[in-house]
Design a protein around this ligand. Structure first.
Ligand SMILES: [Zn+2]
Length: 445
């Protein structure tokens, strides 16, 4: 099909803003981008969608998220409010993930997928935990991803917090899913080996996981999110978290490392040397009051820094806007986190990471790239060009302007109507299921 009469923002290098252009999509790919007049002449019989002068942008990628946390919205934490990050894990996330059944896993995923489609996020890297429903949980999530039409990388969080049997089940679930999915090099599903974080992984567990390492998968873990990580690994291993993970071979070019808030210059050099993907989640870091990651330093040193949401709303523009502001505020310096640097992180690097792991090219409106895109009803009140695009995004774009979302050449939302998932049914079911999850959660105190 032809998407005609659009303003195409290519997000290519260099970025281009093409006014009065058509995008030709065939199968799962973008075949051509050409002026409307030429498109009519060359493809007169192609079915078309008139974008009415709206923007066509590549779909966004979320580099780190947690579908399983969806039912936490509005849930009260019993007793005193958590005083620090460890208490947040201990009083909120750990009793919550233990309360999830397989049906909860299914519906919390669907809820996040509806949110992603509505907000133009087309590829997501999820990190899953459901200790009472481990076996087959990644298949259940994968099935929801298929139904939604999105792309997702999945893993199960291995941890020692629930004992050895639970840990072993987590390891098994990762390996089972990786063996099932990764050999086919799919364009919409990828398996990772998930690890929680240094604070809940023993030496024995790290050894077992390291022994499973092969070229067929990467690790996806949290690292140095709060100061607790460092205090814990110093006490247990007499080492900082980054060299500890490196000792067990967790850091490599196929590994995704979330947060890296508390790391030294030596750690940065090591992460650079290992070629890892680092993900930055400013909304989560602010909410947990764990500090601000030195992402500009990591980026300028050549680390592949990306942007995730850590389970916050699946609008990546919200995350970008937060990232744009937090580094200025933290450093009392308005020159920090330049818009171009942020676009390199949130658009270029996120897409490069997705293109590395999914068997397709993602993140550009370009010939031969996947037809993953959104149509945005943004009427620029001032000139929009390839140079000032970041500031139109940061100060002008609103999530409500996203009217249509396409993945693999198929509209998942068209003119704000969801075509693959039934939001009304999913939300109603989630209200019903989450009440029971909250009951089970409360019974753990
Ligand atoms: Zn996380």
């Amino acid at each position: 099909m032809l998407i005609t009469n659009s303003v195409v923002v290519t997000c290519d290098e260099p970025n281009e803003v093409l006014v009065g252009y058509s995008v030709l999509v065939q199968g799962e790919q973008i075949i051509d981008i050409l002026p409307d007049s030429k498109a009519k002449e060359l493809y007169p019989n192609e079915p078309s969608y008139n974008a009415d002068g709206k923007l066509v942008l590549p779909g966004n990628v979320c580099a780190h998220t947690h579908f399983y946390g969806a039912f936490s919205r509005g849930m009260a934490i019993p007793g005193d409010a958590p005083q620090n990050f460890y208490e947040i894990l201990n009083k909120l996330w750990w009793p919550l993930d233990k309360s999830l059944t397989m049906e909860d896993v299914e519906y919390s995923s669907l809820l996040c997928e509806v949110d992603a489609i509505k907000h133009g996020t087309t590829t997501l890297f999820d990190h899953h935990a459901s200790p009472a429903a481990i076996d087959g949980s990644l298949d259940v999530i994968a099935d929801t991803v298929k139904r939604s039409g999105l792309r997702a990388a999945l893993c199960y969080e291995v941890t020692d917090r629930g004992g050895k049997a639970e840990r072993d089940n987590g390891i098994k679930e990762n390996l089972r899913f990786i063996n099932k999915v990764n050999k086919d090099k799919l364009s919409d599903l990828v398996g990772f080996f998930g690890l929680h974080a240094a604070i809940t992984l023993s030496e024995e567990t790290l050894e077992i996981c390291a022994a499973e390492k092969n070229d067929n998968f990467g690790f996806h873990t949290h690292l140095s999110e709060s100061r607790d990580d460092q205090a814990h690994t110093q006490k247990m291993f007499n080492m900082d978290p980054v060299p500890l993970m490196d000792k067990y071979g967790i850091l490599g070019p196929r590994s995704i490392i979330a947060h890296c808030v508390h790391i030294s210059d030596a750690d940065i050099s090591l992460l650079k040397e290992r070629g890892v993907w680092v993900t930055h989640q400013p909304r989560s870091n602010m909410n947990n009051a764990v500090g601000v990651a030195r992402v500009e330093k990591m980026f300028s040193e050549g680390i592949k820094v990306t942007l995730g949401n850590d389970g916050f709303s699946n609008s990546m523009w919200d995350e970008m806007k937060t990232a744009y502001l937090i580094h200025k505020s933290e450093n009392s310096d308005p020159t920090r986190m330049n818009g171009y640097t942020l676009m390199d992180i949130a658009l270029k690097n996120n897409s490069a990471m997705a293109s590395t792991f999914f068997n397709t090219n993602l993140g550009k409106i370009k010939k031969g790239f996947a037809a993953d895109l959104m149509i945005v009803n943004y009427r620029p009140p001032t000139e929009l060009n390839k140079y000032n695009f970041p500031w139109h995004l940061l100060f002008g774009f609103r999530e409500s302007m996203i009217e249509s979302t396409m993945v693999k050449g198929k509209f998942l939302m068209l003119d704000r109507e969801l075509l693959t998932l039934d939001e009304k049914e999913i939300s109603a079911k989630c209200v019903e299921l989450s009440k029971k999850v909250w009951e089970r959660y409360n019974s753990k105190f």
